[in-house]
Design a protein around this ligand. Structure first.
Ligand code: GLU
Length: 404
């Protein structure tokens, strides 16, 4: 038997995470001494606030270093429930929550707990790279619905209605969006909810991980709040990674119908068990401690967005919509396709552009096709202003030197 044949067929067919591939590539280039500016990994560049780190150290010293309940420590689940009640207006008690090892595990648990061969999951594109792969790993089919720039990169009610079939099990919503930064308004969510109300067999995964990174004074809305009649078939997912600069701590959480949470807990109990006990104590401090970090970092990201988008739009061959949230700029790069780099590489795809930017300009980005829409480039502008300025200037110089 070949080595490939020994693999699970869904895993064998799956693509590796495009974001992690670029993160690994950057690390490999840095090991050779290259000075890379990375706009590839989608994570805040700030340190985790000190009071959160202190809570983790105290947890270690107090001996909170053992297994926890699979679905999370009771005080953390109570804090998560309070967050969903206070910030999102959801009627949630601690039993309606689950804590997982990162938002990714919330998503994986939910899909693995519910999907069978032949099932379909509607994934609006551009999408975060892992949604369709997780669906396929569970043996189901991602139904990709293209949401182009003219639709603001957002799913319209008509496109949703057209994509729903008797086999649809889930639709995935992500606002603010990775990779486009698009934000759904209350009215837009209401209109999607109207469609969903007519299809009671469809569950909704609302990935709200960028909730607090929203700009221009806009308000955040989540589907289960906008349409409470959908609450019993919506999994609302969030975590501490983006709001409190805690990506490495790996704490995500969700709320949804109890039958689903129980199934997710059963699955998690056979897999990773409870999330890291120390991280859970840190997450508790994050949710219950001072919240000013959120507004401070939001303001900084808004300034960075303004800078990055302005500079990208000043770069010939690129154009970028103003993203309403998250920390991504998703720029069209059609004007660079077909041109040749100073090193002699013909840029045929957006992946070629991303690779050339890394190899010839020492700036790491992720190509849009990995998110289901090309030719685009995703810039994660989670860097200080000077570094961001340097990156944008290098890109500009690189583009100026392309030949027809
Ligand atoms: N969510 C981040 C990104 O899109 C982290 C990497 C990942 O899990 O894909 O860059």
């Amino acid at each position: 038997m070949s080595e490939a044949a020994m693999l699970n067929r869904h895993l064998a067919a799956a693509k590796p995470s495009a974001t992690y591939r670029m993160i690994d590539r950057v690390a490999a280039r840095r090991e050779t001494g290259a000075k890379i500016i990375s706009l590839s990994a989608g994570e805040p560049d700030f340190d985790t606030p000190a009071h959160i780190c202190d809570a983790a150290v105290s947890a270690i010293r107090a001996g909170h270093t053992r297994y926890t309940q699979v679905a999370g420590l009771r005080p953390l689940r109570e804090a998560v429930a309070a967050k969903f009640r206070n910030e999102n207006g959801l009627e949630v008690s601690w039993q309606d929550t689950i804590v997982c090892s990162g938002g990714k595990q919330v998503i994986f648990n939910a899909l693995a707990a519910t999907l069978n061969e032949g099932d379909e999951v509607i994934v609006p594109a551009p999408y975060w790279v892992s949604y369709p792969e997780i669906v396929a790993l569970c043996g189901a089919s991602p139904i990709i619905v293209s949401c182009g720039e003219d639709a603001g990169f957002k799913l319209t009610p008509a496109a949703l209605a057209a994509a729903i079939s008797p086999r649809t099990r889930w639709v995935i919503l992500n606002s603010p969006s990775n990779p486009t930064g698009a934000v759904y308004s209350r009215n837009e969510l209401s209109a999607l909810a109207e469609v969903l109300l007519a299809h009671p067999h469809v569950l909704v995964l609302s990935d709200d991980i960028y909730e607090h990174l929203i700009f221009d004074g806009a308000a955040f809305h989540t589907l289960a709040q906008v349409e409470p009649r959908l609450a019993l078939r919506t999994l609302t997912m969030n975590g501490v990674s983006k709001a409190y600069s805690m990506t490495g701590w790996r704490i995500g959480f969700g709320t949804g119908p109890r039958w689903l949470l129980e199934a997710m807990e059963k699955l998690q109990g056979q897999q990773t068990s409870g999330a890291c006990s120390i991280s859970q104590h840190a997450a508790l401090a994050a949710l219950t401690g001072p919240q000013n970090f959120i507004e401070t970092s939001r303001g900084i990201f808004e300034q960075r967005r303004n800078l990055a988008v302005r500079m990208l739009n000043e770069t010939p061959g690129m154009s970028c919509r103003i993203p309403g949230g998250a920390f991504y700029a998703f720029a069209a790069c059609a004007g660079l396709i077909g041109r040749t780099t100073p090193a002699g590489t013909l840029l045929e795809t957006d992946e070629d552009v991303a690779i050339a930017l890394l190899e010839e300009c020492n700036v790491a980005v992720v190509h849009g096709s990995a998110f289901g829409l090309g030719p685009y480039i995703r810039f994660a502008y989670a860097l200080d202003t000077d570094t961001l300025l340097n990156a944008c200037e290098s890109i500009r110089r690189f583009v100026d030197r392309l030949t027809a």
